[in-house]
Every structure is written in C-alpha cells, then in structure tokens.
Ligand binder design. Structure first.
Ligand code: COI
Length: 354
C-alpha cells in the first residue's frame, strides 16, 4: 500500500455496544462504533482514516446535495456457525461501486481503500455482528461530491465513507406489490443500473402512492409501454413458472446488477431449475397465472435477502400466491444461508473471511 493510502486508525474510548439490543434490530437505525473516511482531492485519494462514528459538517453549497453526484453500495457480514466474521461477495460490490462511479463521472476507489478498509473496519467492530438467524451486519460504502460550488459540473473533490449497521430482516412479511402503470424508474441509456442516490429518491413518491393504495412496494415497468418488468423498490425480482424461473435481463441497463440476484441464479440452476434471464412481460405472467402455471414470485437483494411476494397486481388483475407453495424461494434462501453460515461448502468462493 502506498504511504498516502495507509489507513490511520483512531479507536473510540468507550464502545456503545453494551447499550444496544441486537436481537430483532430494525434495518438502518443503529451504527457501530467506527467508520472509515477517505478524501479525494488534487486528483488522488488521501487521508484514509478509521475513526469513531460521528457527524460530518459541510457547507450549504456542497455539490452532492444540489445535483446528486452520490453513489452507494450494500454488503453484508455474518457470524458463521463457528462464530467467525465472514463477508458475502464484497469484491462484487467493490466492482459495481466503481462501475457506478464511472457512470456518475466520479473517481474510482482503489481496492486498498475499499476492500482493505472494509476488512479492517469490520474487524474492529466485529462484536457488533448479530449472531442470530436472519440477522447480519449491513455494510454501507458511499461516496459523494464535496466541492462547495453550485455550478453544474463534476466535483473535483469527494468523500468516500463506510459505515456499518447491525440489522434484522428488511422486509419482515411477504409483500403485496403493485406493478407500476404510470411512473418510470429507468429508461435505456439512463442511470438505472448505477447505484446512485437519485434512483431511490425518484422512487419514493410512486412507492408511497402504492402504500396509500394498500401495497408494500412497486414493481417497475419500462418507460414506453409499462408492461416489461424491471425490478422492485429495493430488490431484483424472480417469477417461478411451471417450467422455468424468469428474471428480467440486464441487457437494457435499466436494472441493478444485483449480487444476490447473480448468486440466486447460480443456486437456482444448482437446484435443477431452468432459469431464463430475459425480457419479461406482465401479460405473459397474467396468462400463466390464469392457467395455474405461475406459482411463486420473490425478490432478491442485499438488504432484502430473499423476500417472498404474496401478491402482484396490474390493471385490476390480482395475482395472489399460496405461500404454502413457495418452495423455491424458501429452498433458495436456505441454500444461500447455509453457504453464509459455513454449513454448506463455499464451492464458488463467495465467502471472505477476515
Ligand atoms: C441493498 O440491498 O443493499 C440496497 O442497497 C437496498 C437499499 C436501498 C436498502
């Protein structure tokens, strides 16, 4: 590691962990004792430090707030069956983070900061990883523009930060989903496949409209016909039909290239299922449902893990699933958990030990 990228470590004098109840902890409210911060200025990354979790101060003219040059990732660490801290496929998130950076005209973060920093930070706060079923340590790396300038141009300075948050399940019950008929999350050529903050900001009104109508989330559709399916609020989506498992393909660049999605595809194939990554039309799903051939739907995501869908609704068609028959998602969730917990062999090399 070059000298400028050496990670300085300043530890807290007093851990907050004894005051925290890790069991059934809700997503996203509690943060561990430390965070990693690095600055980009003068064309290079510098001042990399792990320090006590704390507030930041910034000028009202901070570029990221005005034009949304801001990206993030979500990764999870677990305690395996031997009590060791393990991280699920962090290299994939590292690569995707830098793909998002390129799309948003931001500097890439080198492995010495992202991967090495992440491991050191988790090692320092590993006692915060909940060792309970469906619990984990959610890792949130993010980067934002820090120029104090309100002209529209790429910032010359950035902050890269990693924070850690112990969590239970993100969605604690099977979901009712409205297939979106009006709004659009992403169109070809846009930023749909980048994990940038604005994708989520733009999703809030349609998602809240769905909540006001009694649903939990929306399933996004294409910008032109509102019938080609994309992804759900915070997750990719899979449809289990009699003879195939369908998932929207990545080729149009309108959905996130999910790490859980790609892991699920491998595991589903290992389960002997015929997985088709392709354009999926809501009308073919309605037809299959009416014939009794559309059996199950579920979402995949780092925060969401494997989340079962109990209803999909589109233009008055309500596809309601019998949760007793959702065998595929349950088996998939178990297989992925067994790999994370070290109960099954990690034959794909998905687990990083500290
Ligand atoms: C994740 O699954 O890590 C995500 O980034 C979803 C998040 C917006 C909660």
């Amino acid at each position: 590691m070059s000298e400028s990228l050496a990670i300085k470590v300043s530890k807290t004098d007093s851990s907050r962990l004894p005051q925290v109840e890790l069991k059934n902890i809700h997503f996203g409210h509690v943060f561990t004792d430390h965070m990693l911060v690095a600055d980009y200025a003068d064309g290079k990354w510098q001042s990399v430090e792990i320090k006590p979790y704390q507030s930041l101060s910034f000028a009202p003219s901070l570029a990221a707030i005005h034009y949304g040059q801001s990206i993030f990732e979500g990764i999870k660490a677990y305690k395996n069956a031997n009590g060791e801290a393990v991280i699920f496929r962090p290299e994939e998130n590292f690569n995707r983070f830098n793909e998002s950076a390129v799309r948003m005209e931001m500097p890439e973060v080198p492995s010495e900061i992202f991967m090495e920093g992440l491991k050191q930070l988790i090692n320092l706060d590993k006692e915060w990883i909940p060792a309970m079923e469906n619990h984990s340590l959610y890792i949130r790396p993010f980067m934002f523009a820090t120029d104090e300038f309100i002209g529209v141009r790429p910032s010359a300075t950035y902050k890269f930060i990693i924070i850690l948050s112990p969590t239970g399940p993100y969605y604690d019950k099977p979901m009712r989903i409205a297939v979106e008929e009006k709004y659009t999350r992403a169109a070809p050529g846009g930023v749909g496949e980048a994990k940038n903050a604005g994708n989520y900001g733009g999703s809030l009104k349609p998602a809240q409209d769905a909540v006001r109508n009694g649903y939990d989330q929306v399933l996004w559709t294409d910008a032109f016909e509102h019938k080609w399916l994309q992804e759900v609020g915070t997750m990719n989506v899979f449809f289990v039909l009699k003879n195939a498992v369908l998932t929207p393909s990545l080729e149009e660049g309108t959905i996130l290239n999910g790490v859980t999605r790609k892991s699920a595809i491998v595991v589903l194939k290992e389960m002997g299922l015929n997985v088709e990554e392709r354009r999926v039309n809501v009308e073919e799903l309605i037809e299959a449902y009416d014939k009794g051939e559309f059996i199950e739907a579920f979402g995949t995501g780092t925060a969401a893990t494997i989340s079962r869908i109990k209803e999909l609704s589109y233009k008055g068609h309500h596809m309601v699933f019998d949760l007793e028959k959702t065998q595929v998602s349950q088996q998939l969730a178990k297989r992925l958990n067994d790999i994370r917990l070290g109960v099954s062999e990690d034959k794909h090399g998905w687990i990083t030990k500290l």
